[in-house]
Design a protein around this ligand. Structure first.
Ligand SMILES: C[S@@+](CC[C@H](N)C(=O)[O-])C[C@H]1O[C@@H](n2cnc3c(N)ncnc32)[C@H](O)[C@@H]1O
Length: 270
């Protein structure tokens, strides 16, 4: 068993990992992420106190699924890409997407998170872990910058200070010949209401960066390609797998657009 002593924002990756494990154990999984379930079973931690239960688990995988689908699409079109998976936590997206060996994948998170990843997950020739804050920009020197880049950041932007987040975007856009950024954004209302977010509160984490309109990031060199508010993350196929409580919550989001707009999944090109 692996011990874990994460605090604040680092501890939030245990909640999302657990959400994916619960999805795997459910009758109709959406991600089917066996590696997440295996990892949870190897971590010596009381996951029941983390603020994630069956229905919240659905919200974790509802966010992950379109991000997986968009990322897979990019990699199909760019088999020579490099992938920067920022704020990767303990996510097993590399295993889920199983990119071809011509793609090189970099998982980036704080050193203590990467240390645990290395104990939990096998290495691969086309995979590198980087232990650094994403906003200590020296880590970018470890990554080749002559290939198209797919940058994925799920559950990261809201933990960054706005000025560091926009600086990160500007540096990434300037560094690679072309690419896509796929990430999620919280609105300023979601940042103000963060005490209602149980996994964030229980981890003792603080959220800083809110973006109300995904077009706001276009001023940093990005072009918005797609944007889904929280009422539109589930495809009909995914909807069919959800339990009645989550389906009801999604119906509620559809009739209260202001609530749906507190979170977006976005895809930008540069
Ligand atoms: C909510 S978790 C999401 C983890 C993962 N993307 C997932 O979906 O399971 C947030 C992650 O962002 C990481 N993080 C927050 N700020 C960071 C920073 N400045 N540099 C690197 N990682 C950061 C945390 O350590 C944590 O692993």
């Amino acid at each position: 068993m692996e011990k874990v002593h994460f605090t604040e924002e680092k501890a939030t990756n245990l909640a999302t990992l657990y959400g994916r494990a619960l999805d795997y154990r459910s009758a109709h999984p959406i991600l089917g992420d066996k590696a997440a379930d295996d990892a949870v079973r190897r971590i010596d931690y009381d996951f029941t106190k983390i603020g994630i239960s069956g229905d919240r688990a659905a919200s974790v995988v509802l966010r992950a699924k379109p991000i997986d689908d968009w990322a897979a699409e990019y990699l199909r079109d760019h088999p020579d890409a490099i992938v920067l998976h920022l704020g990767c936590g303990l996510d097993t997206r590399f295993q889920r997407l199983a990119p071809p060996e011509t793609v090189h994948w970099y998982d980036v998170d704080y050193p203590e998170v990467v240390e645990l990843r290395e104990k939990l997950y096998p290495g691969a020739p086309n995979h590198t872990n980087i232990g650094s804050s994403v906003t200590d920009f020296g880590w970018l020197g470890q990554v080749p910058h002559d290939r198209p880049a797919l940058i994925v950041a799920e559950g990261l932007t809201m933990y960054l200070k706005p000025e560091s987040g926009t600086e990160l975007v500007r540096r990434l856009v300037a560094r690679f010949p072309s690419g896509e950024l796929i990430c999620d954004l919280f609105s300023r209302t979601a940042i103000r209401m963060q005490k209602l977010n149980a996994p964030v509160r229980k981890a003792g984490a603080t959220l800083y960066w809110g973006v109300d309109d995904p077009h706001e990031l276009e001023r940093h060199g990005l072009t918005l390609v797609s944007s889904l508010d929280a009422a539109h993350w589930a495809t009909p196929e995914v909807l069919a797998r959800l339990g009645p409580v989550t389906r009801f919550q999604l119906r509620l989001l559809k009739v209260i657009p202001a609530l749906a707009r507190t979170a977006h999944i976005v895809r930008y090109r540069f």
